[in-house]
Ligand binder design. Structure first.
Ligand code: SF4
Length: 340
């Protein structure tokens, strides 16, 4: 999908990003088969902005986050960070760039070495990148603990001595220890209890304002994405199907998949009888449906949908949807000047 975000000079610009994995075959000399985990994904994020990336499990959002950081190598497309070509960087240059591009993982326990204390874990990135000396690192450690709501007494504890929320605070302290400008939050609150989720989300918001951070916030949870994001991109089967400002996505969703996702959120007001589920399973990315990838599950699919991939249609400022029938009466083709 073409990116039509309003930012003139984004901090991060992703264009046509793709990643296909070769699938194993039991037959020798059989034709190679590929799994298209991420297919032609484009978006940009302005400095200080949070872009939420949402979709069902297995839609490619986590792979997208890792491709942006080159934790997985893309097979196509480009990634530009602060105007620099991330994919052209040598391993050494990439190591330096990673100081400014960090990630927070879903599972804080798995992300932390259980044999290291909290203090050692937070200081470790500074040691690896040879930043400061023991005195300055100690002082930075105290500041970081304070920033994430932990105390100096926590520095000598091991990860198993923390609660889930405290462990995620520890991961956040580690992620911001090198003063990055950009963080990929990959399902960063999904493993936490709901009450703790709110605390960690608020912490991420506070840090964003205090430290001028920019987030790519990946989550399957629409409520969480709505809470933290200024813009939202909706992913289905490796592609972005709708993207726009938070209000446009949540108040006037235009792609049937976005509408179905929003309708499937449990709500006390809806009651059990009106609870909606998207029919069928997500098709395999190894053999995606022809035309529009959502046509096998779409409630309004027409014959064109199974033969022709829908182009991105601009529906408003920064709001696009890849659907033949998205708001057909007032849609503006992508590329035409925006009226507002
Ligand atoms: Fe549904 Fe067709 Fe739109 Fe795809 S292009 S979302 S199948 S109506």
């Amino acid at each position: 999908m073409t990116d039509t975000s309003p930012s003139a000079e984004p901090l991060l610009k992703v264009d046509g990003l793709s990643r296909k994995f070769v699938l194993g075959s039991r037959k020798p000399f059989a034709e190679k088969r590929y799994l298209h985990a991420v297919d032609n994904v484009s978006f940009s994020i302005a400095r200080g902005e949070t872009l939420g990336l949402v979709g069902e499990s297995g839609c490619g959002k986590t792979t997208t986050g890792r491709l942006v950081l080159r934790l997985i190598e893309p097979t196509g497309g480009s990634v530009s960070f602060r105007g620099e070509d991330v994919l052209a960087k040598s391993p050494q240059q990439l190591r330096r760039l990673r100081q400014d591009m960090q990630i927070i993982f879903q599972d804080p326990f798995g992300a932390l070495n259980p044999r290291m204390t909290a203090g050692e874990l937070i200081v470790e990135p500074m040691v690896i990148h040879n930043i400061g000396d023991s005195v300055s690192r100690e002082s930075r450690l105290r500041k970081l603990l304070d920033l994430v709501g932990l105390t100096p007494a926590h520095a000598s504890r091991f990860p198993h001595e923390f609660s889930g929320g405290q462990r995620q605070r520890l991961c956040i302290a580690r992620a911001i220890s090198l003063e990055p400008g950009f963080i990929v939050c990959d399902e960063a609150v999904s493993a936490l209890d709901v009450s703790v989720q709110a605390q960690v989300l608020n912490l991420l918001q506070d840090l964003k304002h205090e430290l001028g951070l920019t987030y790519l916030f990946i989550s399957h949870d629409l409520g969480v994405v709505r809470h933290i994001s200024e813009r939202v991109a909706v992913m289905y089967l490796g592609q972005i199907v709708e993207m726009g400002p938070r209000a446009a996505i949540f108040e006037s969703p235009s792609h049937p998949y976005t509408q179905a996702l929003l309708n499937s959120v449990p709500s006390a007001a809806k009651g059990r009888r009106s609870f909606f589920t998207i029919p069928g399973d997500v098709p395999s990315a190894a053999n995606p449906p022809s035309g529009c990838r959502f046509h096998t599950r779409c409630p309004i699919a027409q014959s064109i949908c199974s033969t022709t991939a829908p182009p991105a249609t601009r529906l408003g400022p920064g709001h696009t949807a890849a659907c033949h029938f998205a708001a057909p009466f007032n849609a503006i083709p992508v590329g035409a000047p925006a009226s507002a």
